[in-house]
Each structure stands twice: as structure tokens, then as C-alpha cells.
Design a protein. Structure first.
Length: 281
């Protein structure tokens, strides 16, 4: 497995793979890898990848001034070993200086899907995400890229960016991987105390119940969202949002039907967690 630190070397590696006819997949991550990330590698292989590149980069531009950039967990040696174990072909782990020239002044901004949900409390987050993902695409030159449904809004925004800017890259969205108790895997779960972890199970429990209620015929959206909110608040969670949106456009929906996504964000102690569930009716 090759560990690559510079954009020039990454592009040369991908160029050579492309010349040999290999299908390249990229999996962008911020490292501190867990089973959720590793499942994206399997999805990449199932989607036809011959060569898998995992990028590990804690991207400063997607963190707000009061967010956890400095304390975001990092463990490159462990990440590299996990990638090696999954037979990843290359890990691209550039420095911030390599990715962002000192006087860098260009952004990639998606202006519609990036406005609601998480953007309400993290107004500059998605501008950082779209910019870094565009840059990672241009460094790794992939045929396909895999993103997790865990970050449902992010995945839709990347799909829109790729369509709007003609990136010749297929975007694959991979299902949410959960811990045995239901909590969606996240590098940020490390911040949770035992009690906060227990309380955070209200997210997956509430979403699971909401889906079951819809499948059982419940059609009152306000009641469904109210029930989800009550479940989280009853577990000492501070709700940032609970919403019902179209699974592709992320437009709020006013009635049950079609492909829906129910995204939530809530704080447990100081830790902000997100989760969502897809429901089709
Ligand atoms: P991150 O390192 O948190 O930026 O995540 C990198 C990629 O892994 C993103 O596409 C995430 O959506 C995906 N991911 C993170 N956690 C999970 C999970 N529990 N299940 C599936 N994908 C995940």
C-alpha cells in the first residue's frame, strides 16, 4: 500500500493506474477510521473499483471558528494499518500546507442544498466540504467516489456539485453503519461519556420508531417529528433540528410519500451528533 503526501505524486500514481485500465475509487475521510469508513471500501470494490484510494485529511476549512478542529481525533498509524488490512491501494494524506497554498482564494460553493439542515448552525461548513472534495478529486483523479449516507446532506451536495461542474466521477452512497446498540458510527462518538452514549441512542431509537410508524400507516408528519423530538429531549439531548425532506432534493416535505429522508442533529453534552433514516412510501 502506497502512502502519498503530495498532490503531484498522487496525480502521477492515478495517471499510471488509469493508463493501465484500472477503475479508481476514492474515499474521502478525515481519518480516525472506524467500521463506517471501512464499509465504504467494500462498497467501492462492489461498485467496480480495481484501485481504492482512501484520503485522510482533517480539513480546516470545514470547521467553524468554535468547532473541534484542534481536538478532532487523529491516529495516522492506526488508520494506515486499517487501510492496509482492507487491501487499500493508496492512502493520500497531504498536509494542510500541501492542500491550501498560503494565499489560496478560490472556493467551490453549492448554493441550494447547502443552505438548510446542518448549514443553519454550521454556515461555512459545506463550502469547506465542496472545496476540499473538489480538490481531492483533482488530486486523485478517480472514476468513482464513495460517500456515507451517515452524512446524508453532504452526499447530496457532492452529487449536485459533480453534476453541476461536470466532474466525470460516479458518486456512490453507502448505507449507515451502526454500533451494535444502534448508535451511528462516528469519529466523534469518542467524545461521549458512557451516559451521553446511552442518551444518544435516542437518535436511532426515535428514527427507527418513526420509520415503523410510517410503515404502519401514520401520515401525520408533525406528530411523527414531534415524537422524534420528544424521544431525544427525554434523553437529555438538545435538538438542533429534526426534519422531513425529499431524499434527493432535501426540500422540506409537507406530506408522507415518495423517497423521504428524516435527518436529525442534536447535542449530547458538548458533542453534536447527526443521524438520519431513509423511508420510502
Ligand atoms: P468523515 O471522516 O467523518 O469525514 O467521514 C468520511 C466518510 O465516511 C463520509 O462519506 C461519511 O459519510 C462516511 N461515514 C462516516 N461514518 C459513517 C457510518 N457510520 N456509516 C457509513 N458511512 C460513514
Amino acid at each position: 500500500m502506497k502512502i502519498i503526501r503530495t498532490i503531484a505524486e498522487m496525480q502521477a500514481w492515478s495517471d499510471e493506474k488509469r493508463r493501465s485500465g484500472a477503475v479508481i475509487a476514492v474515499i474521502p475521510t478525515m481519518g480516525f477510521l472506524h467500521d463506517g469508513h471501512l464499509s465504504l471500501i467494500d462498497t467501492a470494490r462492489k461498485s467496480g473499483a480495481d484501485a481504492v484510494v482512501v484520503t485522510i485529511f482533517v480539513n480546516p476549512t470545514q470547521f467553524g471558528p468554535n468547532e473541534d478542529f484542534d481536538k478532532y481525533p487523529r491516529d495516522f498509524e492506526r488508520d494506515a494499518a486499517l487501510c492496509e488490512g482492507k487491501k487499500v491501494d493508496a492512502v493520500f494524506a497531504p498536509s494542510a500546507e500541501e492542500m491550501y497554498p498560503k494565499d489560496s482564494s478560490t472556493w467551490v460553493v453549492e448554493e441550494k442544498l447547502s443552505r438548510g439542515l446542518c448549514a443553519k448552525t454550521r454556515p461555512t461548513h459545506f463550502r469547506g466540504v465542496t472545496t476540499v472534495v473538489a480538490k481531492l478529486f483533482l488530486a486523485t483523479l478517480p472514476h468513482l467516489a464513495v460517500f456515507g449516507q451517515k452524512d446524508g446532506q453532504q452526499a447530496r451536495i457532492i452529487k449536485r456539485m459533480v453534476r453541476d461542474l461536470n466532474f466525470p466521477i460516479r458518486i456512490v452512497i453507502s448505507p449507515i453503519v451502526r454500533e451494535a446498540d444502534g448508535l451511528a458510527r462516528s469519529s466523534r462518538n469518542k467524545y461521549l461519556s458512557e451516559e451521553e452514549h446511552r442518551n444518544a441512542l435516542s437518535l436511532s431509537r426515535g428514527l427507527g420508531r418513526l420509520k415503523a410508524e410510517i410503515e404502519a400507516g401514520e401520515t401525520d408528519l408533525q406528530r411523527l417529528l414531534g415524537g422524534l423530538r420528544a424521544e431525544i429531549e427525554g434523553a437529555n439531548g438538545v435538538v438542533d433540528y429534526v426534519e422531513a425532506v425529499d431524499a434527493e432534493t432535501l426540500e422540506p416535505i409537507s406530506r408522507i410519500g415518495g423517497k423521504m429522508m428524516f435527518p436529525v442533529a442534536a447535542y449530547f453534552g458538548k458533542t453534536r451528533l447527526i443521524d438520519n433514516i431513509l423511508v420510502e412510501k
